[in-house]
Design a protein around this ligand. Structure first.
Ligand code: BGC
Length: 272
């Protein structure tokens, strides 16, 4: 493989963003392209947007692979849940469809997992020798568990039960915004959530990403936790960078568990 930049695409609730990434440095090599997420974010409509992004950067990425994030569980190329996107993603053979439509190898990964990998490879937790938990605070709560540089994929711990309800429906940045909570009001559910997380996983470091992490000085220093907690460094580009890194890593290690021809559907809670 040449050293051409590798395209990463991040599928979010409001925008689908892509940019080529230099994997030596973890930097994007061109201005990223952002296209609004279709109102109905079905796999078909999202693939169309991804095709536009691939075409836009075609000159730079050659026939290389593309890494793509989705806000869903991705098991061996199949999306299994859809907490904040169209339900059409549940049990969708996404990687195969994307590869066909985009005409190149595609690697699909959970959005928080991609961000976590990016922060450990290039960002706030670069080369960390222990257990790092990445948390993305957005519409939902995304979690990545990375131990000594190795990702344990699909930790859906944003959906831990807290006060008898889904934690992300109480502590996400989306809920803060929807309910018009001040930072002081948000601290209570947030602190409760992170306490639960550190008591269950005993991480060495927690990294906080998502748009709201830009305002980290307004809430991170006020959390009362045992674990060191720091803001993400790659911010907006973490998903793109992590997805690109993982796409190449997957080409190097293509062996994987075969796709179950009769998939067991995801936990109904994740579909809510
Ligand atoms: C989803 C996760 C996702 C997170 C952040 C949650 O609702 O279940 O898969 O990583 O939101 O988008």
């Amino acid at each position: 493989m040449t050293n051409a930049p590798v395209l990463g695409i991040d599928i979010g609730g409001s925008g689908i963003k892509g940019a080529p990434v230099n994997l030596e440095t973890g930097e994007t090599t061109a201005e990223r392209l952002k296209i609004a997420t279709p109102e109905k974010s079905t796999p078909k409509s999202v693939i169309k947007v991804c095709k536009q992004i691939v075409d836009h950067f075609a000159d730079q990425i050659g026939d290389g692979p593309v890494g793509i994030t989705v806000p869903a569980v991705v098991m061996h190329g199949v999306t299994r849940s859809a907490a904040n996107i169209d339900k059409g993603w549940i049990d969708f053979n996404a990687e195969e469809e994307f590869s066909k439509k985009l005409g190149r190898p595609v690697f699909l990964v959970n959005d928080a997992d991609a961000a976590g990998v990016a922060e450990v490879k290039y960002g706030a937790a670069k080369d960390h020798p222990g257990l790092v938990i990445m948390t993305t605070l957005g519409t939902g709560i995304g979690i990545a568990i990375v131990h000594r540089g190795v990702l344990i994929p699909n930790a859906e711990l944003g959906h831990l039960e807290m006060n008898g309800k889904d934690a992300e429906k109480q502590a996400s940045a989306g809920v803060k915004e929807k309910k018009g909570m001040s930072f002081a009001e948000w601290l209570k559910p947030l602190n409760q959530y992170y306490t639960m997380l550190e008591n269950l996983l005993w991480p060495d470091l927690i990294v906080v990403g998502g748009g709201i992490s830009r305002k980290h000085d307004q809430f991170l220093p006020k959390l009362k936790l045992r674990t060191k907690i720091i803001p993400a460094e790659l911010r907006n580009n973490a998903g793109i960078v992590g997805a690109a890194w993982l796409a190449v890593d997957h080409l190097k290690h293509p062996d994987r568990v075969p796709v179950d021809p009769e998939p067991v559907s995801a936990d109904p809670q994740l579909k809510a």
